[in-house]
Design a protein around this ligand. Structure first.
Ligand code: GLU
Length: 148
């Protein structure tokens, strides 16, 4: 089962995210990732395998900012891989999400979004939700509540 941690505050988010995810490791997972916002810029770091792999990656390429979300994935749609690891995000980085569970009609939604020109880089149902929210986010002029 996946693990999800969020942080918003005055301190650096990444240590809180990693620490929180480490407390959820017992649930089992195949990959891990974080997305952190700094000065309006989103940075995503993710990788296959243990949380220690993600920590190592972040040590070499830090992810700074005081607002973020982290995820440990238990694959249901798409193999365990870096591409399929969460967070998933829109091409313009305006929508980012982590997700627990299954979107049963994801294939139908994906086909509609493909026709609208959306591109997909993972085999997950989660990425479909991200692109769907992005579609409505633009339709509702950047209002996330209406989009969701
Ligand atoms: N269905 C999603 C995926 O396969 C979420 C899996 C999870 O709950 O970790 O990526």
């Amino acid at each position: 089962m996946c693990g999800i941690v969020g942080y918003i505050g005055k301190k650096e988010a990444t240590p809180f995210l990693i620490n929180g995810l480490s407390k959820l490791e017992y649930r089992g997972y195949d990959s891990a990732g974080v997305a952190v916002l700094k000065d309006g810029h989103l940075k995503v770091s993710k990788c296959k395998g243990r949380l220690a792999n993600l920590e190592e990656k972040i040590k070499n390429d830090p992810v700074a900012g005081t607002l973020g979300v982290g995820h440990t994935r238990w694959a249901t749609h798409g193999e365990p891989s870096e591409e399929n690891a969460h967070p998933h995000y829109s091409d313009d980085l305006s929508v980012v999400a982590v997700h627990n569970g299954i979107i049963e009609n994801y294939q139908e939604l994906k086909e509609k979004l493909l026709k609208k020109g959306y591109k997909f880089y993972s085999g997950t149902d989660t990425e479909v939700a991200v692109k769907l929210i992005h579609y409505y986010y633009n339709k509702y002029f950047g209002n996330p509540i209406d989009a969701i």
